[in-house]
Design a protein around this ligand. Structure first.
Ligand SMILES: Cc1cc2nc3c(=O)[nH]c(=O)nc-3n(C[C@H](O)[C@H](O)[C@H](O)COP(=O)(O)O)c2cc1C
Ligand SMILES: CCCCCCCCCCC(=O)C(=O)O
Length: 404
């Protein structure tokens, strides 16, 4: 079945009567069943040196890392990482929205060298930039999520491990002893298996659960459909989904509701952060369900196309929450100045998805370390230029909306 066509999606929606059974889900997402039983597509092209003329040998910005990564990745894997849903209106909007915001610095505050650390539900981070959950890191580097976690630990920041990671969360934790990990969860209709996933995250020492709520179905991504991308290469699988002798498919079910958040709340003492809340009414509802934080996100433009840019949604969500829990955001953050804008508008921290993938594909653990270092240095520099002693000195009055 072509899982990417709207027609196919129509077919698999009613569908949800039996979305919870592994058999039905196998049909919906053949690619995330058991990679070991499938014919292998070509091995990911991560070994060749960069060849593209626009790929800098020594990338110096997250955007330059993208050019280097693109030259090293198989085209279908580059498109999986870079692409989004539909016409990719939201993918572009996420970055463009930061360009329409201006920073208005304060002067003569004698602020000294700024602090960049932040306090979050699952602990402290040395910088207000977290690693967003992204799937399939072994498509970018043989060490996969292990490399990303070591780099996050070196940067003193938090890595949100995707449920669709190609290294099991326990092995990620073992490979990066100093790392602070949170675990991203798609609630599975089979709540017994959801509980298994939660216990695995707890056993790995994860400090928070990030429950992604923007995916009652998978986004329709033309780039993936174009390449016929349906499966991981042989030897790669969603390792968290192992269940006895098989790997379960990830089920994205439209039947998941607030009731499931209530069940999760009873299931674990870990702080729960909801990822993908975009409507202020849902932000208010979340507060009644015992969540410890919200991550404003449109999934990097990969789910519903034409959702507004994440940073443009931030002020309304911050107002709706009224300080009851921390609000984080992701989508389109590429510069230290982007981080300051989001924090000034009320985010406690931001997360970056693709920039980390580009670092990983360009130069493995070193590449991710470099991307995170660049962002940390840019945040510190921008805080200095804004006259801030720490992120707490930022406020909404330091951001102006321009007409560009
Ligand atoms: C390749 C890729 C895979 C992703 N996988 C997941 C995932 O497994 N779970 C999830 O909640 N979000 C996932 N996301 C969304 C990210 O967590 C995040 O919301 C988004 O990447 C932020 O936008 P940015 O890439 O512009 O930084 C993925 C994003 C990308 C680009
Ligand atoms: C290589 C085949 C693609 C299969 C996709 C499975 C979905 C996993 C969830 C990852 C995710 O959230 C994303 O945005 O992508």
């Amino acid at each position: 079945m072509d899982a990417g066509t709207p027609h196919a999606a129509d077919e698999r929606s009613p569908h949800m009567a039996d979305a919870g059974t592994p058999h039905a889900a196998d049909e919906h997402f053949p690619h995330v069943t058991d990679a070991r039983t499938r014919t292998a597509p070509a091995t990911p092209a991560t070994s060749a040196a960069p060849t593209a003329p626009d790929a800098p040998a020594e990338p110096r910005t997250p955007r330059e890392f993208e050019a280097t990564a693109r030259a090293r990745l198989a085209p279908e894997h580059y498109d999986y990482f870079a692409g989004g849903a539909g016409d990719e209106v939201t993918v572009r909007a996420n970055e463009a929205a930061f360009g329409r915001l201006s920073l208005l610095p304060r002067v003569l505050r004698g602020a000294g060298r700024p602090r960049t650390d932040v306090t979050l539900p699952g602990g402290r981070a040395a910088m207000p930039v977290l690693v967003a959950p992204t799937a399939f890191h072994r498509l970018a580097d043989p060490e996969g999520e292990r490399a990303t976690a070591r780099a996050a630990a070196a940067a003193g920041t938090i890595m949100i491990v995707s449920m669709a990671s190609t290294v099991a969360v326990g092995d990620v934790a073992a490979a990066a002893p100093g790392a602070t990990l949170w675990f991203q969860l798609y609630v599975q209709p089979d709540m017994a298996f959801t509980e298994t996933l939660v216990r695995r995250a707890e056993a790995a020492g994860c400090r928070a659960l990030v429950v992604t709520v923007d995916s009652p179905a998978r986004g329709l991504r033309d780039r993936e459909r174009h390449h016929g991308l349906q499966d991981l290469p042989e030897g790669m699988a969603c390792e968290n989904l192992r269940d006895g002798g098989r790997v379960r498919p990830i089920v994205m079910s439209p039947e998941i509701s607030w009731e499931h958040i209530g069940l999760l709340r009873e299931m674990t003492r870990l702080p729960i952060v909801l990822k993908g809340v975009t409507h202020p009414a849902d932000a208010r509802l979340a507060l009644g369900h015992g969540v410890s934080g919200l991550l404003v996100s449109n999934h990097g433009g990969r789910q519903l196309d034409t959702v507004p840019a994440a940073v443009d949604l931030l002020p309304e969500i911050v107002a709706a929450v009224g300080g009851a829990v921390p609000v984080l955001m992701d989508g389109g953050v590429r510069r230290g100045t982007d981080v300051l804008k989001a924090l000034a508008l009320g985010a406690r921290a931001v997360a970056v998805g693709r920039p980390v993938i580009w670092g990983l594909a360009a130069d493995g653990e070193r590449g991710v370390t470099r991307v995170l270092d660049l962002l940390r240095a840019e945040v510190e520099h921008a805080l200095t230029l804004c006259g801030c002693a720490s992120v707490h000195d930022l406020d909404p009055d330091m951001v102006r909306r321009s007409c560009r």
